[in-house]
Design a protein around this ligand. Structure first.
Ligand code: SF4
Ligand code: SF4
Length: 215
């Protein structure tokens, strides 16, 4: 299952972001952030207590089923009165959820979480990074294995000199990404793909902020 992986912002940062707001409505999400325990019902209630203790008036709270879904508008409608009474929405979802909610309501929104990456659950409560959304996807040439997230050095040309019997020199418990890529391309009869040198990445130029043009 693919998830948006988030972590709570520091309490100090949230306090600063809420410094001009006295009346707050808190929104969590029943999907990724419930699983990662960063924005489900228990975390929303804990936040409510924490802010009440600091003198904020909490006009209500809601955990929407899927914050990034457009059906969220209907869930928000049901709480319209309590939301109207708030001057700020404190949103405990990934950035996609925050933006989806912000589009629905004419209210100041404050995210309570930082969105880290798209992850896959590998064990209960454990997530591995599968894509950083780098904007220059090369997995078409690496047999579908992402070296940006799988290689410890994020090398797009590999392996480095430290690969040893299929393991990574940085962490011997992990398989070397570039050995995996080599084996996969060999199985597919496409080792030629590995000979192509990837050009240096232009991190400044990718991706174009906020725009995707489909033609
Ligand atoms: S190369 Fe890796 S990090 Fe970049 S877009 Fe593709 S899968 Fe995501
Ligand atoms: S050993 Fe493999 S996974 Fe580790 S840093 Fe080198 S190329 Fe990357």
């Amino acid at each position: 299952m693919i998830r948006s992986i988030t972590q709570p912002k520091a309490e100090k940062e949230i306090d600063l972001l809420l410094s001009g707001s006295g009346r707050i409505f808190i929104i969590g999400c029943g999907t990724c952030v419930t699983l990662t325990r960063t924005g489900g019902e228990p975390e929303v209630r804990a936040m409510q207590e924490q802010l009440s203790g600091k003198g904020k008036l909490i006009t209500g709270h809601l955990v929407v089923p899927v914050a990034c879904d457009n059906l969220t508008a209907d869930a928000l409608d049901e709480y319209g009165h309590q939301i109207d009474q708030a001057d700020t929405l404190l949103i405990m979802t990934c950035a996609f959820g925050v933006q989806t909610i912000a589009r629905q309501l004419k209210k100041m929104v404050v995210p309570a979480l930082d969105t880290l990456f798209i992850g896959k659950e590998t064990a209960a409560g454990e997530f591995s990074e599968i894509c950083t959304q780098c904007g220059t996807c090369i997995i078409g040439e690496t047999g579908g294995i992402c070296p940006v997230t799988t290689c410890h050095k994020g090398l797009v040309n590999g392996p480095c000199g430290g690969t040893d019997s299929g393991k990574c020199e940085i962490d011997r418990r992990k398989d070397c990404a570039w050995t995996m890529i080599y084996n996969r391309l060999m199985d597919l009869g496409r080792l030629d793909s590995m000979r192509r040198l990837q050009p240096p990445r232009n991190h400044l130029g990718e991706p174009t902020p906020g725009k995707m043009i489909l033609s």
